[in-house]
Design a protein around this ligand. Structure first.
Ligand code: GRF
Length: 212
């Protein structure tokens, strides 16, 4: 569903909350947010912008396929990280983005973004944090020999996968799992948990704003 259709859907008087999804990779989580208005009854948000540091990624392809505007630039095009993030913030403001959803965005979010969207940036991580933060969380779980891992949705702070946890879901590690198989099982959970939790967070936020 494109941005215009998603923005038109709500009839309860509240405007859909305007999301930017940040993605560097295959964008399978991004796809869930693009499809959410058609999948979740009364989903309270709309993706109005996709931000990617990898212009050639599948994530960008999915966004363009859905008719959602993209800020797709490599940080190398900018003088430094601060300049890159300032350009992103300018685009977020131009698109009137209210919340940021990190979905496989493989960069640490810096001060410009954190200051502009304090408390309104969320991330999904493929482990039960605080276990296995950082890259290759699925491989870390396999190497540790745990019998279960999972998915964490958390708010983003200045650390690496350290922000306050909003929701977690357990996923078993099964005999014979390799990283691909286990990650597929984890992603099936992410694809439902992440849009559900973000929907709840932004609905509460919108309702609070409406009352104040
Ligand atoms: C997800 O597994 C997420 O947990 C991690 O990066 C992966 C992104 O996958 N942060 P995709 O690009 O959404 O398919």
């Amino acid at each position: 569903m494109g941005t215009d259709a998603a923005l038109r859907r709500r009839e309860d008087g509240l405007e859909p909350v305007r999301l930017a999804v940040f993605a560097s990779g295959s964008g399978s989580n991004l796809q869930q947010f693009l499809d959410a208005p058609g999948r979740f009854p009364d989903w309270p948000a709309a993706v109005v912008l996709v931000v990617s540091d990898k212009p050639a990624s599948m994530a960008v392809e999915r966004a363009l396929g859905a008719g959602v505007p993209c800020f797709a630039h490599s940080p190398k095009e900018f003088a430094d990280k601060a300049a890159y993030e300032r350009a992103i913030v300018a685009q977020l403001e131009a698109s009137r983005v209210q919340w940021i959803v990190l979905a496989g965005y493989m960069r640490i979010v810096g001060d410009s973004l954190l200051d502009a969207y304090e408390g309104r940036i969320v991330n999904v991580h493929p482990s039960l944090l605080p276990m296995f933060p950082g890259k290759e969380a699925v491989e870390q779980a396999l190497a540790a020999g745990v019998t279960e891992t999972g998915v964490t949705v958390h708010r983003v702070d200045r650390g690496m996968d350290t922000g306050p946890i909003v929701a977690q879901w357990r996923v078993p590690v099964l005999p014979g799992d390799d990283a691909t198989r286990l990650h597929q099982r984890i992603q099936r959970v992410e694809h439902v948990l992440y849009p559900t939790v973000v929907g709840q967070l932004v609905r509460e936020w919108a309702e609070e704003g409406d009352r104040s």
